[in-house]
Design a protein around this ligand. Structure first.
Ligand code: THU
Length: 130
């Protein structure tokens, strides 16, 4: 199964009763393992979590810390783009050249990179004097 197909499949499990916007994400890690996540909303709205955050949490819990590929999918008019917070979360574990595949459920696919999604990002270098 492709990484995008994994994201498509896990999207079905999203808990999105408030936005009705289901998102699926899949991450390939350096070990070769694939981790999936979906958005999990909450009646206390700010407590909801994004699909990418779920996949990253699964990855770290699974013992991986390096991302080599990302795929995200939703039923949107154009390929769904990770939110700002998720871009920062992805960048924590991915090099700038890691490819992010963004897709719609009806088959539009677009590819970009972590660096293109998060230019000028805050990284550990800024803290080198601490
Ligand atoms: N959402 C994600 O899970 N990932 C994204 O990349 C964009 C937004 C979720 C959060 C919320 O549950 C719903 O989509 C609407 O914003």
């Amino acid at each position: 199964m492709s990484l995008l197909d994994t994201a498509r499949a896990v999207r079905e499990n999203a808990h999105a009763p408030y936005s009705k916007f289901k998102v699926g994400a899949a991450i390939k890690a350096a070990s070769g393992a694939v981790y999936a996540g979906c958005n999990v909303e909450n009646v206390a709205y700010p407590e909801g979590t994004c699909a990418e955050a779920g996949a990253i949490a699964a990855m770290v819990a699974g013992g991986d810390t390096r991302i080599t590929e990302v795929a995200v999918i939703a039923d949107s008019p154009k390929p769904v783009s990770p939110c700002g917070g998720c871009r920062q979360k992805i960048a924590e574990f991915a090099a700038g050249d890691v490819v992010v595949t963004m897709a719609t459920t009806d088959g539009i696919v677009q590819q970009t990179t972590v660096a293109a999604l998060l230019p000028g990002s805050f990284d550990a270098d800024y803290m080198s004097r601490v």
